[in-house]
Design a protein around this ligand. Structure first.
Ligand code: ARG
Length: 558
């Protein structure tokens, strides 16, 4: 039931204004004492030649409705207070009927390409890539729920001059067995060594460039090594994706565009957009902006070249209505530039491209840098979190049947939730203890609240129906109000591409439900038992769905 819509209808029965207009005028009073909705009567003063306070009184004189406990004129406003029992029963009914489809809406349709995760091969996956993975994954779920079809693309960093360097390093110091045993760390070690040695022996750089040219030219040895590096790296990344339960629709990384870039370069040339600058080919973006480099002086492509090609490819293959790039905010200027170039090429759809930036993760206030050894090993973080979850289970619920699975769901859930609960643009300092904390505003807290609701339902051991939904206490009202807000919360989260809105909502609902649990004897055998169980079930449905939208599991028992 849409109470706002009800208010619109009531007002519309009394005044000569189109419903859309009324709808746009209705306010939410800041002070709840003043009611849940207010209609300001000022707008009618001119036509009716009366002062607004009088008009408000006239409107109220003829209004009554069962859904509202009070409809009163306060100064120039008509204030509506929703009847608690009406909001509770109607909300519970809607949730219980729609189940996990509750909140689904049609805010748009069509494909949304989501460029997410996109780690660089032969390097450990960073905390930034983890953020991109979980934020992108959650946005995909949120968009699905409001009508869109997401296409999750892992734009792997599997190309570029660094692979020339890596091949050089591998040929100098590499060992096949080491790479097989511990691919990413070995490869990364060669790469770091390359840079160290190149400081003394700059000719190594030339060799690296030469190998990259060979790779671009399709030299069999270069291609074979590169393929191998890519394969073993991807195997490691997939282990992490599996733990996070994240899947992709495409793994077309930068290299995929290697043989498709000529078309773009030609297009740029034909449209007269390429100019020479110190031997390189660039697109000039005006006096206050840096030009966008397209080809280096040795004729090789760069990150931008591949991204332009990828953007055209995605438009052609997915005909996206939006293309999102979930990438750290340090690349904001870069994505602005990318859009500018596409616009200059005459692609109107460049306006449908949105960079979805997120804040940096630091440690001890310092930027994380793999090269400087200031690293967080993701695998380790996830393992530690699961181990901690297991410890908690062993002390709190040692008899739990599927301990391993629940420990996984809780540990991983803690890490993911921690990453999503703050506005995505907020930077945060990484602190393992903080990440795997289970009390307070955490994923496990929400999971635990949901498991509690499930356990109450198990104890009650009776079918929950919508026949009896009559509750009016303030604790139930607080819960029901949250439940009623869910569709609007979702709409906002999708509009702002902001999973934290869902996370904060889930925390609030969990808190209100725990207050309900603390203050109301849910399982007492009286004539409101069925209604209370309905509230418990509806809460569990919405908590489960909220966790799902964040990519966090919702164990039934923990
Ligand atoms: N691999 C890049 C990095 O680690 C991120 C790629 C983002 N996506 C893109 N289409 N540029 O910085």
């Amino acid at each position: 039931m849409d109470f706002k819509q009800k208010v619109v209808e009531l007002i519309s029965s009394q005044v000569e204004l189109p419903k859309e207009k009324i709808n746009s005028l209705i306010e939410r009073p800041k002070n709840p004492e003043m009611g849940d909705y207010a209609f300001p009567a000022f707008i009618l003063a001119k036509t009716l030649h009366k002062n607004p306070a009088e008009i408000a009184k006239d409107i109220v004189a003829n209004l009554a409705d069962d859904n509202f406990e009070k409809i009163q004129a306060v100064g120039p406003y008509v204030n509506f207070s929703i009847k608690k029992s009406a909001l509770i029963s109607q909300t519970l009914e809607e949730v219980l009927v729609k189940k996990n489809n509750y909140g689904n809406q049609n805010l748009g349709s069509g494909n949304v390409a989501i460029d997410m995760s996109s780690p660089n091969i032969a390097k450990p996956m960073s905390m930034g890539h983890l953020r991109s993975t979980v934020i992108g994954n959650s946005i995909a779920k949120i968009l699905t729920k409001v009508g869109y079809t997401p296409i999750k693309i892992n734009h792997l960093g599997d190309y570029g001059t660094q692979f020339g360097k890596l091949i050089t390093a591998y040929k100098l110091w590499g060992n096949e067995e080491d790479v097989k045993k511990d691919p990413i760390n070995s490869l990364f070690h060669y790469y770091v060594k390359f840079h160290e040695v190149a400081e003394e022996k700059p000719e190594l750089e030339d060799e690296g460039r030469a190998w990259f040219k060979k790779l671009e030219g399709g030299d069999p040895e270069a291609v074979k090594l590169w393929n191998w590096f890519r394969k073993v790296s991807l195997q490691e990344f997939n282990r992490i994706y599996k733990k996070l339960n994240v899947e992709f629709d495409s793994y077309h990384g930068e290299a995929f565009y290697n043989d498709k870039m000529d078309v773009i370069v030609d297009e740029l040339r034909q449209k007269d957009l390429l100019v020479e600058s110190r031997g390189a080919q660039v697109v000039d973006l005006g006096p206050d902006k840096n030009p966008a480099m397209i080809l280096k002086s040795d004729g090789t492509s760069i990150y931008t070249t591949r991204d332009l090609t990828a953007a055209e490819y995605r438009k052609k293959h997915y005909d996206f209505v939006q293309a999102l790039y979930v990438v750290g905010n340090e690349q904001s200027a870069y994505f602005e530039q990318l859009k500018e170039v596409l616009k200059k090429m005459g692609h109107n759809w460049a306006d449908d491209i949105h960079h979805i930036p997120f804040g940096l993760i630091t440690q001890g206030g310092k930027k994380l840098s793999t090269r400087k050894g200031n690293v967080v090993f993701l695998d380790k973080v996830l393992e530690d979190a699961v181990e901690l979850a297991m410890k908690q289970i062993e002390t709190k619920n040692p008899g739990l049947p599927n301990k391993e699975q629940v420990a996984n769901e809780v540990g991983i859930g803690a890490v993911v939730f921690h990453d999503l609960k703050n506005d995505r643009l907020d930077a945060f300092d990484f602190n393992l203890e903080e990440v795997v904390r289970f009390e307070g505003e955490t994923g496990p807290y929400v999971q635990y609240t949901n498991a509690r609701a499930q356990s109450i339902l198990r104890k009650a051991n009776q079918i929950v129906t919508i026949d009896e939904l009559d509750l009016s206490d303030e604790w139930a009202f607080a819960v029901a109000k949250d439940l009623a807000d869910f569709p609007a919360v979702l709409a906002k989260a999708s509009e702002k591409y902001e999973p934290s809105i869902i996370a904060k909502f889930a925390l609030k609902l969990a808190k209100h439900f725990n207050k309900y649990y603390a203050n109301v004897r849910i399982l007492d055998e009286d004539d409101q038992l069925a209604a209370r169980l309905a509230l418990v079930k509806a809460t569990s449905i919405v908590l489960t769905e909220s966790l799902h939208l964040l990519g966090v599991a919702a164990p039934k028992e923990m």
